[in-house]
Design a protein around this ligand. Structure first.
Ligand code: NAI
Ligand SMILES: Nc1nc(O)c(N)c(N[C@@H]2O[C@H](COP(=O)(O)O)[C@@H](O)[C@H]2O)n1
Length: 234
C-alpha cells in the first residue's frame, strides 16, 4: 500500500519552476499561496527533494494560525510530516525544515549515506533507509503508508517529480501557471531527470480542473492508473 500522492507546483508561463541558477522565485500570487497553504494543512505529509532544501531552504510549515489550530483540534500535529528525499544525507542539520515549527520530520536516505551524517540527522529527524545508492521511492512510500501517511503532497523539485512519475507513484498533478516568463534552457521544469523517450512510456493524464487564480491558471490532472497500483484513494 502507498499514500495518495499529489504533486503541487508553480511554473512560469514558459514552463520553468525556478531560474537557471536554481534561485527560488515567486510565481504564485497571494491567492495561490493561500490555496497551497490550505491543501498543505489537509495533507498528512509534505515531501521535497534535497535539491529543493539546498536551493530554497523551505520550512514547509502551515502558515495560517487558524489552520494550525484546526489541525490541533482534530488531534493532529500543527504541521504535516515533512519529508526530505536525500540519498546521501546532505540535509543541513540547521535547515529550516528541521528547526522551524513542530511536527514529525523524516529524512529518507539510501544505504550509501555516510554514517556520521545519518547519525547527525537522527538528532532532528526520523531517518528512513530505502534503496542502495539512491532512495527507492516505492519502498519509501510503503514505509510512509506504514506510519499513517495517507495523503502526501509533493512540492518538488523537478528531479524528484520525474522520479515519482517514472516509478508510477503520482496520482494527481496540480500545476499553477503564473504570469511570468523565466526562460533559460537549463532552468528546472516540473519533471526533469532523464525524461521518457517512447510515447508508450508517457504517463497519461485526465484534465479534471481549470481555475483562474490571481493572474494565472490552476490546472488539475488525474494520472491514469496502471494495473496493480496500490495507492490509497485520496
Ligand atoms: N516552483 C515550484 O513550485 C518549485 C520549485 N522548486 C525548485 O526546484 C529546484 C530544485 O529541484 P532539483 O534540483 O531538481 O532537486 P529536487 O528537489 O528534485 O531533489 C532532487 C534530489 O533528490 C534526490 N533523490 C534521491 N532519490 C531520488 C529518486 N529516486 N528520484 C529522484 N530524486 C532522488 C537526489 O539527490 C536528487 O538530486 C529549485 O530551484 C527549487 O527552487 C522546488 C519545489 C517547488
Ligand atoms: N506554490 C508555489 N509557488 C511559488 O511561486 C513558489 N516559489 C513555490 N515554491 C515552493 O514553496 C517552498 C517554500 O516553502 P516555505 O514557504 O518555506 O514553507 C519552496 O521550497 C518551493 O517548494 N511554490
Amino acid at each position: 500500500m502507498r499514500p495518495y500522492v499529489f504533486v503541487n507546483l508553480a511554473m512560469s508561463a514558459d514552463g520553468k519552476i525556478s531560474t537557471r541558477e536554481r534561485r527560488q522565485v515567486k510565481i504564485s500570487g497571494s491567492e495561490d499561496f493561500e490555496r497551497v497553504d490550505l491543501i498543505k494543512a489537509d495533507a498528512d505529509g509534505i515531501m521535497v527533494g534535497i535539491g529543493t532544501v539546498l536551493a530554497d531552504n523551505p520550512s514547509l510549515t502551515v502558515k495560517s494560525a487558524r489552520r494550525k489550530g484546526e489541525r490541533k483540534a482534530a488531534g493532529r500535529e500543527e504541521n504535516p510530516a515533512r519529508i526530505v528525499v536525500d540519498s546521501m544525507a546532505r540535509t543541513p542539520v540547521d535547515a529550516d525544515i528541521l528547526v522551524k515549527g513542530s511536527g514529525k520530520r523524516i529524512v529518507a536516505v539510501s544505504a550509501a549515506a555516510p554514517a556520521g551524517r545519518v547519525d547527525a540527522l537522527k538528532e532532528r529527524a526520523e531517518v528512513v533507509v530505502a534503496g542502495e545508492q539512491t532512495v527507492d521511492l516505492a519502498a519509501l512510500m510503503e514505509a510512509l503508508a506504514g506510519i499513517g501517511i495517507r495523503r502526501l503532497m509533493v512540492e518538488g523539485g523537478g528531479t524528484l517529480i520525474w522520479g515519482l512519475f517514472q516509478a508510477g507513484l503520482v496520482d494527481e498533478l496540480r500545476t499553477y501557471v503564473g504570469s511570468v516568463v523565466i526562460g533559460g534552457s537549463g532552468a528546472p521544469t516540473p519533471a526533469d531527470g532523464e525524461g521518457f523517450l517512447a510515447e508508450s512510456e508517457f504517463p497519461r493524464l485526465t484534465l479534471t480542473g481549470v481555475e483562474r487564480i490571481d493572474d494565472g491558471v490552476l490546472l488539475t490532472w488525474q494520472v491514469k492508473k496502471e494495473e496493480g497500483d496500490r495507492s490509497l484513494r485520496g
